[in-house]
Design a protein around this ligand. Structure first.
Ligand code: PMV
Length: 319
C-alpha cells in the first residue's frame, strides 16, 4: 500500500558542459560538471482536484502546461502510473535558480527533482536506474535526441566523463583554475540546435563528422590536461572547441561576443556551453582575482548573470 505524505521535497542541480556538447550525441565523449550554485527544489503538497503547478516559467493546471513542459508532465504521469496512483490532487511548486533554456540542464534537473519529490510524497524509494530512465523519457520529449549527459550530471555530485550508452566515469577535478559562466540572457534552443546539427550530418556527412570527431579528440585531450593540472592547455582546447562549435552552427553573435570579451580580459580560454544558439558561455582563469575581473568584463559586455566555479572542488560563488 502507498502511504501519502502531506508534503514532500525533491532537489537537483544544474550542470556545465566543459567540453563535448553536440559531439556527445554522435558517440563522442564529453566532460560535464555538477553546478551546485544553481539548484532546483520541487515541493509537493496535497490539494483537491486537478494538479496545479507554480513556477517562474509557468503557473497553471496540469492540463494547461505549455509544450516546453510536456516532458515534465510526462514525468509526472510516468511516475503516477509506475506507483499506481493518480497524477491529480497535487500542488507542485518549482523553485529554480537554474536559468531555463540556457544550456545549464534545467529541463533534466526539473524532471529529476519532480520525480524525487513524487517518490518522496508517495513514500517510494526509487533506484538510480529507474530515476534515470524516467528522466531520459522526459528529456526525449523536451530535446528530441538527447545524449543523456544532462540526465546523469544533474543528479551527480562528481564531474563526469560521459559517453552515450556507457556508464559514466567520474573524474577527479583538481585544477588550479576557475571557470566563469555567463548568461547571454537569450534563450537557447537545444532541440533545434541538435536537430540542425543532425541536418548538417545528413547533408554533408564526411565534413560534419570530421568536425564532430575533432571535438571528440579535443575532449580526450582535455581529460589529459585535467589530470596534469594544465590550465593553459585546457584553455587553448576550449578556444579550438568553440571554433568547431561555430562550424556546427550552434553558436550565436551574443555567445561569440562574450567569448571575445572573456579572451580580451585575458581568459585562458572560452567557449559556449550546452546546446548553444543563446544560453551560456564559459571562460577559464588561473586565479580567483582574475576570474572576478573576467566576470566583470562579461557583465560589461552584456551578460545578465555570471558565476565563478572553482575547479578544485571548492564552493561555487554567485557573482
Ligand atoms: O542545452 P543543454 O543544457 O540541454 O545541453 C545539451 C547538450 C547537447 O550535447 C547539445 C545535447 C545532448 O543531449 O547531449
Amino acid at each position: 500500500m502507498t502511504l501519502l505524505k502531506k508534503a514532500a521535497v525533491g532537489t537537483a542541480h544544474g550542470k556545465i558542459i566543459l567540453i563535448g556538447e553536440h559531439a556527445v550525441v554522435y558517440n563522442m565523449p564529453a566532460i560535464a560538471l555538477p553546478f551546485m550554485a544553481t539548484t532546483i527544489t520541487v515541493r509537493i503538497t496535497e490539494k483537491e482536484g486537478e494538479t496545479h503547478i507554480t513556477s517562474d516559467y509557468f503557473t497553471g493546471y496540469l492540463s494547461q502546461v505549455p509544450e516546453a513542459l510536456y516532458g515534465f508532465k510526462e514525468a509526472l504521469i510516468m511516475v503516477a502510473n509506475h506507483l499506481d496512483v493518480s497524477e491529480q490532487g497535487l500542488n507542485i511548486h518549482v523553485d529554480s535558480q537554474i536559468p531555463s533554456e540556457r544550456g545549464m540542464g534545467s529541463s533534466a534537473a526539473v524532471a529529476t527533482a519532480l520525480i524525487k519529490a513524487l517518490c518522496n510524497y508517495f513514500d517510494y524509494e526509487i533506484d538510480e536506474d529507474t530515476l534515470k530512465n524516467f528522466v531520459d523519457v522526459a528529456e526525449k520529449i523536451t530535446h528530441g535526441n538527447p545524449s543523456g549527459i544532462d540526465t546523469t550530471v544533474v543528479n551527480s555530485s562528481n564531474p563526469i566523463y560521459f559517453k552515450k550508452n556507457q556508464p559514466p566515469a567520474f573524474i577527479p577535478l583538481n585544477l588550479d583554475g576557475f571557470l566563469i559562466a555567463a548568461d547571454t540572457g537569450i534563450k537557447g534552443n537545444t532541440k533545434e540546435a541538435v536537430s540542425d546539427v543532425g541536418k548538417l550530418v545528413d547533408s554533408a556527412k564526411s565534413q560534419t563528422m570530421k568536425v564532430i570527431e575533432k571535438i571528440g579528440d579535443l575532449t580526450g585531450k582535455a581529460k589529459v590536461t585535467i589530470t596534469e593540472n594544465n590550465v593553459l592547455s585546457l584553455g587553448e582546447i576550449m578556444n579550438q572547441t568553440h571554433r568547431l562549435l561555430k562550424q556546427l552552427t550552434v553558436s550565436s553573435d551574443e555567445l561569440d561576443h562574450l567569448v571575445q570579451a572573456a579572451l580580451q580580459a585575458g581568459a585562458c580560454g572560452a567557449k559556449l556551453t550546452g546546446g548553444g544558439r543563446g544560453g551560456c558561455m564559459i571562460a577559464l582563469a588561473k586565479t580567483s582575482d582574475h576570474a572576478k575581473e573576467i566576470a566583470q568584463a562579461l557583465t560589461e559586455a552584456g551578460a545578465i548573470k555570471t558565476w565563478i566555479h572553482p575547479l578544485n572542488s571548492g564552493v561555487d560563488v554567485n557573482e
